[in-house]
Design a protein around this ligand. Structure first.
Ligand SMILES: C[S@@+](CC[C@H](N)C(=O)[O-])C[C@H]1O[C@@H](n2cnc3c(N)ncnc32)[C@H](O)[C@@H]1O
Length: 359
């Protein structure tokens, strides 16, 4: 059955569908979900920093090495690994900059998609990283001593969508309509969403749309809880929540089709990537409540520059890619990086502090 018909059938049976449930179908349906189709993969349909250039992971390795060095059995966990390029490039960077740590390292790949995990294992094998040193799972390990890195994972998790009204907040749902489904507002589907949405809606004009990213919040909570010693590194596009609310009165949720931005994320489920911008302070507070200490919140460009990407870039092509990765008007400014640690000192080369200019 086509994915749009599966969705329609569920709406007819269960009533209005939350946007989070719709995204779950559209991105992760085992057969027709966007991320489970072999022809749709990073580097072809979409580009992330690790698929753009190995420089990204090689440079990050310089900041990650001092976090792993003091640990007895250090683990590097690449969460939402996709096709595994980031894990490969950080590992190869560690091999070069911190060979003693590399020798003791376990690489752990996490992805909700089994197909992605298989591809990622192939990527590491092709790079000569011995498969015995690589473990995998579809969810985060329950306990971890090491560094958990999540690059462009949180923005790919389902989110709820809500709207401010003169009487508080409403949630946005998918209902039967044109061409197959359309959006409609109604009372929030759970008390937790109601609670989050009411608090945000109080400050907004009626009609203002905003995401309630409970999956991302829960992911951060789990990651922080699982970490016994080490660090959590989140890299994604986003900003502080009030900056996002000020800048995006229609919310930040949208789709990409062959690199073209589409506002109607609910069209043709399974054929488009669906994404939104991460409210970094919401994620930061969640992990702080689970005993992580925030060390740095900075732009991708500032971080890569501080870690020495310009020195690492050797040839003309590298220099071009490095410029793209640090460009403050492009990915270098739009992408933010959050470093939080547990029982671990600040890693020396990583910039410190959490106050960024408005972007
Ligand atoms: C946009 S891709 C990013 C891939 C990679 N990190 C990169 O930067 O190229 C997001 C990945 O997260 C995976 N994913 C989605 N939900 C997940 C979850 N709850 N836990 C782990 N991985 C998940 C998807 O299957 C997909 O491979």
């Amino acid at each position: 059955m086509a994915l749009k018909d599966t969705i329609l059938e569920e709406i007819r049976h269960d009533g209005p569908m939350t946007v989070a449930r719709f995204i779950e179908h559209a991105l992760y349906d085992p057969q027709h979900g966007y991320y489970n189709q072999p022809q749709r993969r990073a580097g072809t349909e979409w580009v992330t920093a690790p698929t753009l250039s190995p420089l990204f992971g090689h440079t990050l390795a310089r900041g990650i090495a001092p976090l792993l060095e003091p640990l007895q059995d250090p683990m590097l966990i690449d969460a939402g690994t996709g096709s595994g390029e980031l894990a490969r490039d950080i590992a190869l960077g560690l091999h070069e900059h911190a060979p003693e740590t590399f020798e003791r390292l376990t690489l752990h790949l996490v992805d909700a998609s089994q197909q992605a995990l298989q591809r990622a294992q192939g990527t590491l094998q092709d790079a000569g990283i011995h498969p015995d040193d690589v473990t995998t799972s579809t969810t985060l390990p329950q306990q971890a001593t090491g560094v958990i890195v999540a690059n462009e994972l949180l923005d790919a998790l389902p989110t709820h969508l809500c709207q401010a009204t003169p009487n508080g907040a409403q949630e946005i749902f998918l209902v039967e309509g044109e061409p197959t489904v359309e959006l409609a507002a109604g009372p929030p589907s759970t008390p937790r969403i109601q609670d989050h949405a009411q608090r945000t809606a109080k400050t907004l004009d009626p009609g203002h749309l905003f995401e309630v990213p409970l999956e991302a919040i829960d992911w951060a909570k789990n990651a922080a809880r699982s970490l016994e010693q080490g660090a959590l590194v989140i890299i994604d596009y986003g900003a502080k929540r009030n900056q996002l609310l000020d800048a995006y009165p229609k919310g930040t949720l949208h789709a990409y089709h062959h690199g073209r931005r589409i506002e109607e994320f609910w069209f043709n489920p399974g054929t488009m990537d669906i994404t939104y911008r991460i409210p970094f302070d919401t994620i930061q507070e969640t992990s702080e409540n689970e005993s992580l200490q925030t060390r740095a919140y900075t732009t991708q460009g500032t971080l890569l520059d501080a870690l020495g990407i310009r020195e690492i870039a050797q040839d003309a092509n590298d220099i071009l890619q490095a410029k793209k990765l640090i460009d403050p008007q492009g990915a270098g400014g739009t992408f933010k990086t959050l470093l939080q640690t547990k029982n671990t000192p600040h890693p020396h080369p990583w910039p410190q502090g959490t106050n960024l200019p408005r972007t």
